[in-house]
Design a protein around this ligand. Structure first.
Ligand SMILES: [Zn+2]
Length: 249
């Protein structure tokens, strides 16, 4: 028996931790105004080093780059939120890209078509990074809200938008498959952060001069649902597809 155990420990089977996309709350909860944060950035950082989201009371756009958290507020400036800051909606993964492609001269629509063609199937999650020199990055951020929280489609009617020109930086985000409708944003959802960490936001459009795309296919999905009373009581029957289109711009 002892010999068998010794044999097992001397030749351990390699345990490769499976990579998982970890998500806080659902997009439909955010759309209907559930902006109270309930997961700290410290907890989130245990789940990955690459991601996007927002923070408590919808106070700006969150970017997680190389394990560091950045908050692009509605004044257009980039802040470093503390580890005990809470998020009401975020997605994070341990980024391990399998594919890398050099790109030149394309806009967001052309980029989406290209990534569509690179994905082996559109029924997986993909973590996406595009780093490069941009002629233009058009972003928005959302202003922090006070209770009673208005729905997201009302908040984004007056969203500050930013036209960042001749900027070098990274787009970070995800492609989510159609079947997660109501849970996350289906299709492409990216946030930008300039390399000098002075500008960024939720991506609306871009024109890339040259850059590198990195893609990471993800097969596992993990969620943490809110504890709030409004989440517990809401009946999620409404189809918010059209609201989401307006919010995404
Ligand atoms: Zn966003």
């Amino acid at each position: 028996m002892l010999g068998l155990l010794a044999g097992c420990t001397s030749n351990p089977a390699p345990l490769i931790p499976e990579q998982s996309l970890f998500q806080v709350s659902t997009i439909d909860a955010l759309l209907q105004g559930d902006y109270d944060g309930y997961t700290t950035l410290k907890e989130l950082s245990a789940k990955g080093n690459f991601g996007i989201g927002t923070v408590d009371a919808l106070d700006g756009e969150l970017v997680v780059e190389n394990g560091q958290f950045y908050q692009v507020k509605s004044d257009g400036k980039v802040y470093r939120p503390s580890a005990d800051t809470k998020t009401p909606f975020a997605s994070i993964v341990r980024f391990a890209p399998e594919d890398s492609v050099n790109l030149q001269n394309l806009n967001f629509d052309q980029f989406k078509l290209l990534v569509d063609s690179l994905m082996k199937s559109k029924n997986y999650f993909f973590a996406i990074r595009l780093e490069g020199n941009f002629e233009l990055v058009h972003t928005r951020s959302v202003p922090g809200q006070q209770k009673p929280y208005p729905p997201l489609v009302v908040v984004t009617q007056n969203q500050p938008e930013f036209n960042l020109t001749e900027t070098h930086g990274k787009l970070t985000g995800f492609y989510c498959p159609e079947f997660v409708k109501g849970i996350n944003i289906t299709g492409y959802h990216l946030h930008y952060l300039s390399d000098d960490k002075t500008s960024g936001g939720h991506l609306l459009n871009f024109r890339l001069k040259s850059g590198t795309l990195k893609l990471d296919k993800i097969q596992n999905f993990e969620m943490k649902l809110p504890e709030s009373g409004s989440f517990q009581k809401t009946e999620y029957k409404t189809d918010r597809t059209e609201e989401l289109k307006k919010v995404e711009g």
